[in-house]
Design a protein around this ligand. Structure first.
Ligand code: ZN
Length: 469
């Protein structure tokens, strides 16, 4: 991941332009199934319009002695994003109005953009600014703003069901580490991992978009599908430093993505920072907007806007690290696994099972041996088809991944089965009809209960039709 970040670091990314395409092409070399899409300049999406495409050849400032004191080639943060072309001499007093620096961080170049109103400017450290002597400066920006396109990338990794988990990250910041490259490289690694799995319950939809306008474009192109299929997801941003972990909720705050994120962080890093929806600042603003209503939460390391290096040249390759990236990757991977494994189960017996008879725990009850059995029985007691495994894990105050071996054991021993509440999972393992009849005969109580959903109806009808025929 860190090697990918190093490769991508020098590229001048923005909302549009060659840097975005070069970045997408790099991602496609790693993930050949990436589809690169485009919409033209002027394309109207909801309340927004796709801006002109911006490209830069060079940009610099020469001091009165003809020395280049600021050069875009040395650091692409030196140029205000979307600067219009210019080539003229200007005195220092007039130049000052076009310069941006941070007095409180005298060694940092700030990251500044002007996407939606045409202007030009340079960013420099406060120390560089102080060193500028009075006189005539030459300002050159060889940039182009033209009718072009906005590009984004999408990969669909199919699973057993059409239910989707959505991952979104952005590719629009120039040379910065945590608040830019950590997102795409962790997402690339997650996509590689998902591709390598033999079984995926959910289908995965993964997008690399320019922030804000890109996610708005993506939503406008896919709204119906997203709303129908996406039942969980994460915005992947700021996952590369090694300082802390944090969580930003979806607008609703109680989606399965939120529960999974908090569940995972609680056990992996109990001291993680929990932010509120009011602290949002990335593409969850669009994905969770009223009417879009996607269940998108965010797991970060140091969250955007919350660390001093944010949006400056200090958020560089030294600010992120292989360990930091791996930590961000692992937390999101675990949250995805939690959602993949979050199923509903039904107990197959009336009353508690006799565990000893099945070798599920020691027959001889001595002090202390009851704990394991208690955990098994507690788990089964919530296998009513109404509690998901994640909800059960929360109630039992155990990480879901510690319950998995027990669940597998209980499934093997046919003490629980996949629930009809989880229609996709249930249908995926639905037994042959004759077996189903046997089960239904055995568990009359269960099928006489009111049908919970259409899938239960379908199954009962299949059963009833069979009887009638
Ligand atoms: Zn940003």
């Amino acid at each position: 991941m860190y090697a990918w970040a190093k490769d991508l670091f020098p590229i001048n990314r923005s909302l549009t332009g060659d840097g975005v395409r070069e970045t997408l092409q790099y991602i496609k070399n790693v993930l050949p199934d990436l589809k690169i899409e485009s919409v033209p300049t002027g394309f109207e999406v909801f309340d927004w319009k796709v801006p002109k495409e911006w490209n830069v050849k060079e940009a610099y400032i020469e001091n009165p002695n003809g020395e280049r004191v600021i050069d875009f080639k040395k650091n692409n943060l030196h140029l205000v994003g979307y600067s219009t072309p210019i080539n003229k001499k200007i005195n220092l007093d007039d130049l000052q109005a076009h310069l941006y620096s941070l007095p409180k961080q005298p060694d940092a170049i700030p990251y500044v953009t002007s996407y939606y109103s045409e202007s030009w400017g340079f960013c420099l450290t406060e120390n560089q600014r102080k060193g500028l002597e009075p006189g005539e400066y030459r300002v050159v920006i060889d940039s182009e703003l033209k009718n072009g396109e906005l590009n984004y990338g999408e990969i669909i990794i199919p699973g057993e069901t059409e239910q989707e988990i959505f991952l979104s990250t952005y590719i629009c910041h120039p040379s910065m580490g945590n608040n830019e490259l950590s997102g795409p490289v962790v997402t690339m690694a997650l996509a590689e991992w998902l591709n390598s799995l033999n079984f995926r319950k959910n289908t995965f939809r993964i997008v690399f978009v320019p922030e804000t306008i890109g996610s708005i474009v993506y939503i406008s192109q896919n709204l119906q599908t997203l709303r129908e299929k996406v039942h969980a997801g994460f915005n992947v941003t700021c996952v590369g430093d090694n300082n802390c972990y944090s969580y930003v909720p979806s607008r609703k705050g109680n989606t399965v993505s939120d529960t999974a994120a908090k569940h995972v962080l609680k056990y992996l890093v109990p001291e993680y920072i929990e932010y509120s929806w009011l602290d949002r600042g990335s593409d969850e603003r669009q994905y969770c907007a009223p009417g879009v209503d996607l269940p998108i939460a965010t797991i970060c390391r140091s969250k955007y806007s919350e660390y001093p290096e944010y949006h400056t040249s200090l958020d560089n390759l030294e600010f992120i690290s292989p360990e930091g990236l791996y930590g961000g990757y692992s937390a999101i991977k675990r949250a995805i696994e939690t959602i993949e494994q979050n199923k509903y189960y039904n107990s197959t017996l009336l009353c508690e099972p006799q565990l000893g008879k099945r070798g599920l725990y020691r027959n001889t009850s001595i002090k202390g041996s009851g704990e394991e059995a208690r955990l098994i029985l507690n788990l089964i007691s919530y296998c009513d088809g109404d509690h998901s495994l994640l909800e059960i894990a929360e109630k039992l105050q155990k990480p879901l991944w510690e319950l998995n071996p027990i669940v597998e054991n209980l499934l093997e021993n046919k003490l629980i089965r996949n629930s009809r509440k989880d229609p996709e999972a249930y249908m995926a393992v639905v037994p042959p009809l004759n077996e189903l009849e046997d089960k239904n005969k055995k568990f009359k109580l269960e099928i006489s209960m009111p049908t919970a959903n259409k899938f239960e109806g379908v199954l009962n009808n299949r059963f009833i039709n069979k009887i009638q025929s």
